[in-house]
Design a protein. Structure first.
Length: 84
């Protein structure tokens, strides 16, 4: 299991210990729960943003004037793998 070392002043450490105890956690368990909750929240926001973008792309009408070239020109600076 990965370990994280955090140095806190005594006041903050006492506040964290009291909050952890009040919520039925050990200090390590409380800090882990807070970090896990924050990470889950961030991941959900990122997923929601991606879903919105995908929905926008899915509802966009294709450009009828676009003609895909038969061969990708070699002078294009974008890697050829991006066109696959």
């Amino acid at each position: 299991m990965t370990q994280v070392n955090v140095q806190l002043d005594n006041t903050v450490a006492q506040q964290l210990e009291a909050t952890a105890r009040d919520n039925g956690y050990t200090l390590a368990g409380y800090i882990s729960a807070v970090i896990s909750g924050h990470c889950a929240s961030v991941m959900k926001r990122e997923l929601d943003a991606k879903r919105v973008l995908l929905d926008l792309i899915a509802t966009a009408d294709p450009d009828p004037t676009f003609v895909r070239p038969a061969e990708i020109p070699w002078d294009v600076s974008t890697p050829r793998e991006a066109f696959s």
